[in-house]
Design a protein around this ligand. Structure first.
Ligand code: 5GP
Length: 111
């Protein structure tokens, strides 16, 4: 099932894109929770992290590496990388995405 992120991928909905390649794009969250809040998403539609297949392992590893590139590009030495898996964990858009959050101290444990 397509989500709003499919429309961002197709360009139907604009986004503030900070990185893109053949496998993924990264863009600023519309409702940032920190000075830097970027979402890294695969072009492939994977609804939730727990629905990734064994053949997606390299892709998900790539997303994590891109998250570190984005953090560096944003000038972040420290950052939080977060995936909400399922509505009960706070997932609202069912297209896999990594949150890159930084630019302020973040608490642990999260809420
Ligand atoms: P989730 O809650 O699923 O882990 O994260 C979804 C994120 O997508 C939220 O932080 C929300 O602010 C962001 N978001 C939802 N719709 C849009 C949109 O149209 N554009 C952008 N840039 N971010 C969005």
């Amino acid at each position: 099932m397509s989500t709003i992120f499919s429309k961002i991928l197709s360009g139907e909905i604009p986004s503030d894109t900070v990185y893109e390649d053949e496998q993924c794009i990264a863009f600023r969250d519309i409702n940032p929770v920190a000075p830097t809040h970027v979402l890294v998403i695969p072009r492939k539609e994977i609804p939730r992290l727990d629905q990734m297949k064994i053949e997606d392992e390299a892709l998900v590893g790539h997303l994590m590496r891109v998250a570190t590139l984005v953090a560096k590009q944003e000038g972040l030495e420290d950052f939080r990388l977060l995936v909400n898996n399922g509505a009960g964990a706070g997932q609202t858009v069912f297209h896999l995405h990594l949150h890159v959050i930084g630019g302020r101290p973040v608490a642990w444990p999260p809420g």
